[in-house]
Design a protein around this ligand. Structure first.
Ligand code: ATP
Length: 220
């Protein structure tokens, strides 16, 4: 992956873990917070850190934020500061602005301002946890759009030994198994004769309903 320059504004729990992960993934990260303590805590871990109030235009301009590949507004509780910061960033021409929203209304306002991506960490985490509670075999999933999802499902013992043509996910549920992760390697684009074994992980693509119906089969 290409090395990119990110700025994360607001170094609370969400902002700081996001910033650290971006560093782990090999990127440069500027961390900004108005609270000196938050900034000090991360000074050794991020590429640069600055104590600044992101609602002050001069400050934001002087940091050269316009040239960053992506700026993430991770301010949550202070909705006014979140919105003002997002407007400012779009106004100075930042290519990609991502902002965290704490409520649907907050998210709608951010979208109206022209924020490129709004994330709802708490809502999204709640949805993820609910799915995993209902279906313990569901290891992870990525929502590709409102309609489509990629899911990782663990193969239970009762399906062990079954071939893909016997499971027949495309005809029975409409979804496609795009890979099977086995102890000794990954089968990409598996074919009808490939066998499932307990503890294999199937990577499946389909609509949310299709995946849910397959999940029910897998739970048994
Ligand atoms: P989390 O759940 O991620 O801990 P939160 O949703 O509770 O965060 P806040 O506490 O509102 O969000 O904000 C996160 C961080 O953003 C805080 O460290 C706060 O100091 C910082 N912050 C808030 N307003 C500004 C601002 N105008 N400029 C810079 N930083 C700010």
């Amino acid at each position: 992956m290409a090395r990119s320059q990110y700025a994360v504004i607001g170094l609370g729990r969400f902002g700081s873990s996001l910033a650290k992960e971006l560093i782990q993934l090999g990127n440069e990260v500027l961390g900004i917070d108005k609270d000196e303590e938050m900034v000090d805590e991360l000074s050794d871990e991020l590429t640069h850190v600055v104590v600044a109030d992101s609602t002050e235009e001069e400050v934001i301009r002087s940091l050269g934020i316009r040239n960053f590949d992506c700026v993430i507004v991770a301010i949550g509780n202070d909705i006014q500061a979140s919105i003002l910061t997002a407007i400012l960033l779009k106004d100075i021409g930042v290519k990609k602005v991502v902002a965290k929203a704490l409520s649907e209304l907050h998210g709608k306002v951010l979208e109206k301002i022209g924020v490129d991506r709004v994330i709802f960490p708490e809502r999204d985490m709640g949805i993820r946890v609910a799915h995993q509670l209902v279906s313990p075999n569901l290891l992870d999933f990525i929502e590709l759009s409102d309609e489509y999802t990629i899911a990782e499902l663990a193969v239970p013992r009762r399906l062990s030994g079954m071939t893909l043509s016997e499971l027949d996910p495309r005809h029975k549920y409409g979804c496609t198994v795009v890979a099977i992760n086995k102890a000794d390697g990954v089968i990409i684009a598996p074919t009808a004769g490939d066998k499932l074994e307990e503890k294999d992980v199937m990577v499946i693509i389909g609509t949310n309903e299709q995946i849910e119906s397959l999940e029910r089969e897998v739970i048994g």
